[in-house]
Design a protein around this ligand. Structure first.
Ligand code: XMP
Length: 326
């Protein structure tokens, strides 16, 4: 498709001034395309969909309807931040869908990684579709497609990382950042006033914490993933690693080991810490996290996260390990 090709003359957006110029240009293009019609957007809270939301709020205000689906596999504080930033601060028209039980019920007992991914992707589409059908007069579907998505997958909507969006709803697409690279999206996001922890966020897989709660997901083990991840992120931020390490998170395998707590024998899960650097996620090296910091994080996780009695650090580069554990 002709307009899916980035013109060779297009300047790389590297400064706030260039971002402002891009934003102004997009605002008039969006107003022209959308007119007085309504636009729907699946807002995950990731940088791409957040930048698209912020642009559209500026361009057409309440004509934008954002749908945030909480599938229960988001990181600690993420749904709350989406509501705070978009509904409370930007006054967006935001539909929050609590689909936690629905997803976790569907996933119960499913241990096979690709099956888990399929269930999460399919259920996401179903929930989003149901919400879309409840709304009247939607003409457009906005998407956070970026240029690498087009380069990698051709002009199809394959980019959404939980598996795509409804194909059978008759919407016209709105894709304001489809010619931008990720670093440019971040510069634009910053210029739009989005918070730093949204703009400079590390990559997060569509199936979310689901692939870090290894095997069949249980609610208690999923909470152990979420709580340990929150501690790791807090400590990395405090110690200057958050902006430096490409991806860092915790995993909770589905086995237990013995330990001792308050003089009593425990039988609990381990938490695995993963912290890696990469260019393109095809290969990765392990971050050299200071030993004292690892000890401190271990002490916090074993003291604060119920059901956990050990912390391990994954020393494996990619290859032989993948970045995620499943
Ligand atoms: P692996 O584990 O294959 O991960 O070394 C490479 C990068 O891809 C991310 N990842 C995913 N992202 N949906 C996504 O949107 C997925 O199913 C998925 N699986 C892995 C992973 O977090 C890493 O950044």
């Amino acid at each position: 498709m002709e307009n899916n090709k980035r013109p060779e003359t297009m300047e790389r957006i590297t400064t706030p001034a260039l971002a402002e110029a891009f934003i102004e240009e997009q605002l008039s293009a969006l107003r022209e395309q959308i007119g007085d019609k309504k636009v729907l957007l699946a807002l995950s809270g990731g940088v791409d969909s957040s930048v698209v939301a912020a642009l559209l709020i500026k361009a057409v205000g309440k004509q934008l309807v954002c749908v945030h689906v909480n599938h229960g596999l988001l990181r600690k504080g993420e749904p709350e931040q989406v509501i705070e930033v978009f509904r409370n601060q930007m006054d967006a028209n935001l539909v929050y869908v609590d689909a936690v039980d629905r997803f976790l019920d569907k996933l119960a007992g499913v241990a096979e990684p690709e099956k888990k991914r399929k269930i999460i992707g399919a259920e996401f589409i179903r929930v989003f579709e149901e919400e879309a059908r409840k709304l009247d007069g939607i003409k457009f579907l906005a998407q956070g497609t970026i240029y690498p998505d087009i380069l990698e997958s051709g002009p199809v909507k394959a980019h959404h990382n939980v598996g795509g969006l409804p194909e059978d709803l008759d919407f016209e697409l709105v894709e304001p950042i489809k010619l931008l690279f990720k670093d440019e999206v971040r510069v634009v996001g910053k210029a739009l006033g989005l918070p730093d922890n949204m703009v400079y966020r590390q990559p997060f897989p569509g199936p979310g914490l689901g692939v870090r709660c290894v095997g069949a997901i249980t609610r208690d083990r999923l909470e152990a993933v979420r709580e340990s991840d929150a501690i790791l992120r807090e400590e990395f931020a405090k110690n200057g690693l958050a902006g430096k390490v490409w991806q860092y998170f915790t995993i909770v395998p589905d086995f237990k080991s013995t330990g001792v707590r308050d003089g009593l024998r425990s039988y609990d899960w381990p938490v695995v810490i993963r912290a890696v650097n990469t260019r393109d996620a095809m290969t990765a090296t392990v971050e050299n996290v200071p030993f004292e910091l690892l000890q401190h994080i271990t002490a916090r996780i074993t003291a604060e996260v119920p059901g956990v009695n050990r912390v391990l650090f994954d020393l494996t580069p990619k290859p032989s390990g993948t970045i995620e554990w499943e």
